[in-house]
Write a protein that binds this ligand. Sequence first.
Ligand SMILES: Nc1ncnc2c1ncn2[C@@H]1O[C@H](COP(=O)(O)OP(=O)(O)O)[C@@H](O)[C@H]1O
Ligand SMILES: [Mg+2]
Length: 483
Amino acid sequence: MSCMDEINSPPAAAALMESTRCIGYSFESALADILDNSISANADNIWIFSNPSSDPFLSIIDDGNGLIRSELIEAMRYGTNPNDSRDENDLGRFGLGLKMASLSQCRCLTVISKTSEGTSSCRWDLDRVIETDQWTLQILSNEEIIDLPYYHHLDSLEHGTLVVWQNLDKLKERAVDVIELMTETLSSCKKHLSLVFHRFMEPRTGGLRIFLNNDKLEPLDPFFTSSTLTASLPEQTVLIQGQKVVVKPYVLPPESKMKPADIEKIGGLQRNLQGFWVYRNKRLIIPGTWFRLSRNKELSKLARVRVDIPNCLDSIWDIDVKKSSASVPVVFQHEFEKVLDKVIEKSESKYKYRGRKVADSKKQFIWDKYTLNGGYRYSINKNHPLVKSCLDSTDGEVRDAVLELIKYVEESVPYNDIFNTMAEAKLAVPETNDDVIEELISKGHRLIEIGFTISDFRITEPFMNYPQVLESLKGYLSEECND
Ligand SMILES: Nc1ncnc2c1ncn2[C@@H]1O[C@H](COP(=O)(O)OP(=O)(O)O)[C@@H](O)[C@H]1O
Ligand SMILES: [Mg+2]
């Protein structure tokens, strides 16, 4: 018990609200924060509407659970129970996002929510707060909401929430031409949201649908998992304060193997996008960072490591209000380096093993010859780097299917026919054209990305049969060293 005098000293509403507008949200990150709430409210669909005009607005509608009147009033309050333990799927954090993200972009935020109990609506109007210098939350009547942009869309749903941003003063201040800037901003939002929420949008994981002016957004998968050329290493789990952090490394195909459209689809190949991609509850927080791990821990130019952190570890990850930065907690840094060492070791050991086999002068042929019932047969060498990288890039049913196919190929080698053809000296020798060489060179680049050296190529089929390819790869390797 304190014996000194105490008084209540609430913040000056106008000044505080004004200053919280400037914590550095971009339009895109502010919008993503609104979508977080929709996802936490179990929305299957989110519709964003806007009108590039001289006075643009933004309406965000979801078909989530919705809020009843008292919940809505509480949700509009700055700092709604940030310390309540959160549902493990909740994307929220400080109880500020809805208000701060919105008002960082607009002067008037209206939220309308519909449940089976009816529709309610509240508004923060910055000008009214300044006028009263009180936390003056406006409650709108049903007549007052009818004319809000896209209210009819919410009304057509059974439940859901509509967030309306009006008077986008920040955008208007920045613009030479408001319509043009708004159009550009919307297209940049499209890309941002496709990336930040890609794991929610993938059809096999729930299939959240996001529409921007009725265009359906497609997920941007930075790991390009749809390509069979993407390699991955197994997931590693680290326990921090009893909570699982899951790390999964991917190696992208070399640029020469990707179409420009693919590169766009994975969000680009810039160096600053390599490294760790951190997701909090499957929502992307940081695209591409090496944190402060030493440079020699960088796996490769094409390595992207997916890191999944749960929301209950927020405090040690130092998640900021905008959910756009996080730092590696010291407790974790060591753990993280260890995981990384393991990953590197793992990827290297595969090739070291291969090297040892080679030292036994065992070349890496695609076909192995083995003994059976006193005779010989041939099988596909599953340790051959090209076969292995193909197998490593698949898992589950696809991997099983590939293995099965290999088995059928092995079982149906036309030994007799080959024998006869060769006996008649009729076996054709295929022409080596430039395409074959090109193809091999880019396959070689890919193996270099995961640690192949020139001496490995010299004893690996088919590379070892093409001096031209070996020469080019040697050149590429020495460039790599200078890089
Ligand atoms: N679209 C929505 N649907 C349902 N509830 C919402 C929605 N947006 C916000 N809320 C409610 O408002 C609360 C406050 O949101 P916000 O200010 O973003 O803080 P936080 O997300 O950190 O809790 C949320 O916890 C949620 O209960
Ligand atoms: Mg939120």
